[in-house]
Design a protein around this ligand. Structure first.
Ligand SMILES: NC(=O)c1ccc[n+]([C@@H]2O[C@H](COP(=O)([O-])OP(=O)(O)OC[C@H]3O[C@@H](n4cnc5c(N)ncnc54)[C@H](OP(=O)(O)O)[C@@H]3O)[C@@H](O)[C@H]2O)c1
Length: 324
């Protein structure tokens, strides 16, 4: 088969569409003929050599895909050849075929095109596991989403809205109209406004019950300041650095919680439980059209370098898909 390989770390130009050996599905895995995959921020880091695949994972990039089941291992009982699926991957999505643990497959939700379904697994699993499973966002609470225009952000806005939360978002102002249309209640341009002041203004001084953060160190102090009493801060990205100073006094006074998680390195049983939770709680919202995949554009997989340049520029809104 062919796959995008990374012969050496570097810029987008190192991504190479090459002939590679076919993957062999294990006894509890499914082989998927890939129709589309999506670019995630982590793929840029992997290409640069900063985010190596975990042990046992495919060497090719790609944390999600959609496609058609073409073979099943002997222990797989709930998927059949010909099923249209999308999947959460530990790697290997930028390829014609990928072997996936059966617990990481999801059916293509009704009303969503097979190609567009590639935009869903990584954001649905990341946002649901952090905002709902871990932080326990409830109706009537306020959710602060940093980077509202990202793949993660556009999904978090829609999920928070569907769950009955007030959603406050940071993003460059050029993206505000699109994010308001997705359900964001208050928009903050983080380049010109102080998000701590703004969140207090729109919550009568209380702050955010849940903060979904992608910046890490550079936002840590302000994120704690932005929390409401009993607030929960969940850090999933470190675009602003990994080492920050945490004012425990400020956190303690609010009875706050700070958590940080990574989806890719979770054990298989945790991933399968998250995928099941998403299927039970999020898929019905997608099928009711209360959450839609947000796709900036589709490019052929041979244009993976251009897709990486676009995501690096941050000029996209939502997901950039690579089609096969
Ligand atoms: N831990 C996990 O399991 C996990 C899983 C998936 C993703 N992630 C992380 O989640 C983040 C989003 O991923 P993605 O693939 O959806 O990213 P993406 O589409 O590439 O978007 C990155 C976003 O960062 C925003 N941004 C840059 N500087 C900012 C700032 N100072 N304040 C607020 N926003 C800022 C940009 O928006 P503007 O144009 O508005 O600046 C852009 O929308 C990444 O950090 C990724 O590593 C973590």
């Amino acid at each position: 088969m062919r796959a995008i390989t990374i012969p050496e770390p570097g810029g987008p130009e190192v991504l190479s569409w090459s002939e590679v050996p076919d993957p062999e599905p294990g006894p509890s895995e499914v082989l998927v003929d890939v129709r589309a995959t999506a670019v995630n921020r982590a793929d840029l880091l992997q290409r640069q050599g900063h985010y190596p695949p975990p042990p046992g994972a495919s060497a090719y990039p790609g944390l999600e895909c959609s496609g058609v089941v073409s073979a099943t291992g002997p222990e797989v009982t709930d998927w059949r050849v010909g099923d249209q699926v999308c999947a959460l991957l530990t790697g290997g999505g930028y390829a014609e075929r990928v072997a996936v643990p059966a617990g990481q497959l999801l059916p293509v939700p009704s009303g969503v095109d097979l190609v567009d379904a590639a935009a869903l697994p990584e954001v649905a699993c990341t946002v649901w596991s952090n905002v709902v499973q871990l932080a326990g966002l409830a109706a009537g609470e306020t959710l602060l989403v940093h980077g509202g225009g990202s793949g993660i952000g556009t999904f978090a806005i829609q999920l928070g809205t569907a769950l009955g939360a007030t959603v406050v978002v940071t993003a460059r102002s050029v993206k505000h109209d699109r994010l308001r249309a997705l359900g964001a209640d208050h928009l903050i341009d983080y380049r010109e406004q102080d998000f701590v002041e703004e969140i207090r203004k729109v919550t009568d001084g209380r702050g955010a019950d849940v903060v979904l953060d992608i910046m890490g160190a550079s936002y840590l102090g302000r994120n704690v300041a932005a929390l409401a009493p009993d607030g929960r801060l969940v850090v999933i990205g470190m675009q602003g650095g990994r080492k920050g100073e945490l004012d425990l006094g400020a956190l303690l006074a609010k009875r706050g919680t700070v958590a940080a998680t990574a989806l890719r390195s979770r054990p298989l049983d945790q991933k399968a439980a998250i995928v099941q939770g998403v299927r039970d709680q999020v898929w019905p919202l997608i099928e009711a059209a209360r959450i839609r995949p947000v796709i900036d554009r589709r490019l052929p997989i041979t244009e993976a370098p251009a897709a990486h340049r676009l995501v690096e520029s941050n000029d996209h809104i939502g997901k950039v898909l690579l089609t096969l």
